[in-house]
Design a protein around this ligand. Sequence first.
Ligand code: EPU
Length: 315
Amino acid sequence: MDVRAKVFAEYQSVEELRELLDKFRGERLLHIGSGSNLLFTGDFNGVVLHSAMRRARCTNEDAEYVWIEADNGLVLDELIDQLCDMGISGLENLSYIPGEVGASAVQNVGAYGVEAKDVIDSVRALKISDGTERIFTNAECKYGYRDSIFKNDLRGLYVITHVTYKLNKHFEPKLDYGNLRSEVDEHPTPMAVREAVIQIRKQKLPEVSELGSAGSFFKNPIVPHEVYNNIAARYDRVPHFEQDGGIKIPAAWLIEQCGWKGKSLGGARCYEKQPLVLVNAGNATPDDIINLAAAICADVKEQFNITINPEVNYI
Ligand code: EPU
């Protein structure tokens, strides 16, 4: 999106972050990672903060686990590449997800059967109002599907500065999602799983550098059994996954049934290889994306009586 912020400020240390928070107190603040899950609906009349802290370190180790603390501004995929290179496992299924460590712990990013919360031990965060530091255990982060306390009760109140991952030294590959198992050897290394995940993602998802998108635009809905049964009575082979609390139906399938796959509205397009992704086909305005998302939501609601909710954060 061609939008502007009043100020963009980057910091190199937690001390510098504190100084920036003091300097801009009273302004509208938005801390971003690489912005890969944001939709700016217009110019941002405030201060956009971004971390230039990009290191990781081992903070503890025992016979089974290694604890890695990463700075918020480190690109998640760079961290995963380094870990896989050292044979340290746990994050390899999250390979090639765009974004940085701090934001990935807010959003609880997930792919191929793994979510960030599965390996996050704790996060360190700075309270925006007074600059004090607090460590949140995994449980205190109240993680859910693409969800955490930082998107709910504590929204806008803390900046996550560091994330500590507890990673297994003994590799137990997680290969049950989709066709991942068939893409690797019987005893793959973490790097082999990483490479397979990257290949699969490249086949389905647009390269952000070539075609702007925010990844999956909507979350997959989890519906009561009776809603699923009604749909299954009307359609052949409805893809579905049993979950705690109901049945997950892929939003991609619902959107495709509504005929949106590959269709455009203004400069925005429902991606032809994965309809859960909305892309900027060249010169989309924020309104083009907003209107396309709203039209898709309305059709899914009308055809299936299911409300699909955006995964993307509207700013
Ligand atoms: N499907 C269709 N038509 C399509 C594509 C998919 O009907 O054109 C149906 C199929 O039944 C398929 C199912 O959707 O089996 C699931 O598709 P896919 O494996 O691509 O996963 P997804 O549920 O659409 C989720 C995440 C992705 C993540 C993949 C793989 C959400 C919102 N999205 O997508 O995450 O990469 O699983 O784990 O949960 C993201 O969050 O930005 C993201 C890309």
